[in-house]
Write a new protein. Sequence first.
Length: 163
Amino acid sequence: MLDTRTRKLTLAGILVAVAVLGGLFSIPVLGSRCAPVQHLVNILAAVFLGPLWGVGVAFAASLLRNIAGLGSLMAFPGSMIGALSCGLAYHYTKRLGITCIAEALGTGILGALAAYPVAALLMGLNPASYTVYIVPFLLSTGAGSILAYVLLRFLLPKIRRDE
């Protein structure tokens, strides 16, 4: 039998691969590349691995997507803050709906705000305001969060729902 760490590492690797390959299906929206699969992966990692593993998966996926030219540096704050938010939400509540909302707010608001200095200082961009990435990040994370909710709701009936 595999120990727990080996199982978690294996699942984390699979989730990183899904997120990187999912980056092939990104949609450009208002100067940002929206990748809903990353947000789906964040929620899967939150549910199956926990918050710290989720942040690790988000970091590894962002790094590989950037190396492969499938993402931008803004992927780091968005995905990692979202992964931590939904990971903590699931850890403390075990409620799928709250976890999906935490991903959307973590990435869509906090991650988008954190992306502004990354864009301005590290990427040499001149964003119009510090809130410019909120709408595209919310669109991306909203789509990914809905996908995750539907997937997990039907595949895992033991997960508590917010009904």
